[in-house]
Design a protein around this ligand. Sequence first.
Ligand code: GLY
Ligand code: MN
Ligand code: MN
Length: 462
Amino acid sequence: MFSSETYINRRNELKKILKSGILFFPGSVDTPMNYRANTYKFRQDSTFLYYFGIDAPDLAAVIDVDNNREIIFGNDRDIDDIVWMGQEKSISEKASEVGVTETKSMSELANSLASHIDAGEIVHHLPQHQAQIMIEFDKLLKIHPSEVNDKSSKDFIRAVVKQRSIKSDKEVAEIEKALDISYLMNTLAMRASSAGTLEREVFGAVEGLALGMGNGISFPVIFSVNGETLHNHHHENIMKDGDLALLDSGAESLLHYASDITRTFPVSGKFTQRQKDIYNIVLDSQLKAIELIKPGVNYKEIHLETAKVIASGLKELGLMKGNIDEAVSQGAHALFYPHGLGHMLGLDVHDMEGLGEGFVGYDENTQRSEQFGLAYLRLAKELHPGFVITVEPGIYFIPQLYKNWKAENKLAEFINYDEVAEYMDFGGIRIEDDILVTETGNRVLGKSPIPKTVEEVERACG
Ligand code: GLY
Ligand code: MN
Ligand code: MN
């Protein structure tokens, strides 16, 4: 964990922003995989980690802003726990490491929250994602599980998003540790992929690296020769020459900060001319975005600029036609680029998405579009120094999407449907990096640049 001052300062800042109120922070619990004692790998709630740092299940915390009290609730291990799981630090020892001096047992949580409610105070909470925790809300706060998220405190959400959005140097350093692992994950996949190899073998090796070097993956690995399926978690294909393999993956540092990198590479080690042409359009659009990222610019504007680079490139190849600005404003590029340019990155790979994407990626000046493609943009609002974001444009040929659009002759003034038909076996290409917005512009994160140009990728494929 970071030093106790880091957590003390974060909580003091939160209290300063919110000024008053009782704030309730449930930590994560272990989740059964197939029976109660056989659980999924534990992952602490990111907001709990941010303010209280303790990476263990069955904890909760309460901040009473008005009285400047901070309490961590949890149980010390009993003799049965010690026999099966080993001895560990007491709750009060762990709490003192993050600057909290008051601790209570879990059995005192219900009464403690009830005393605030009985005194007419409101206990504020954030949206929750674990079913077990939502059920607890019924007992603890008389909030039905189905209402927990609707009844979450908007001011509390806004305050947390405000703080967690701006990464300190130490947080950036953690993300760069995750990127060190990403470098190895990506270059391993490039070397290990060849005709006759199962996607599963590469997928497993990549995930193993993340587990061996950090806290495992930051989201389920996407690895497929069918890169046109954006979040493809099927890994059963046998790779063959001529295929493009798309790896979208990330690691967690030991303090749970994420990386999120996509590379697309030829299984044979050499791109065909047709693959190179599409690859370089995606690369140009990604580089264009990196050139434009700086404080004060809306990410939606940068997204639209990448869409223009993609539409112009596809026009040069004869797949699109007409006026490019018009094509992008009507959303014609979304046949090929149906997702957003990127998202925040931090303790979560889609950072703070559990608090509501509308609070993280949008604000009072930026509304979500309803247009197909643009509607998926996770981050649209103005960029500020300290944001860490992903930049991940792509071009995909999705046969069913093509069929649906062609059947309607949708936006036919911008799309050469007969030419696009020739690309139905192409797959998809995405290129993704992680970027820090600085005072004057940006910095592409990662100490070792991950091969990205056609030449670099071919060299890394060996
Ligand atoms: N989790 C996949 C991505 O956002 O890149
Ligand atoms: Mn990704
Ligand atoms: Mn991403």
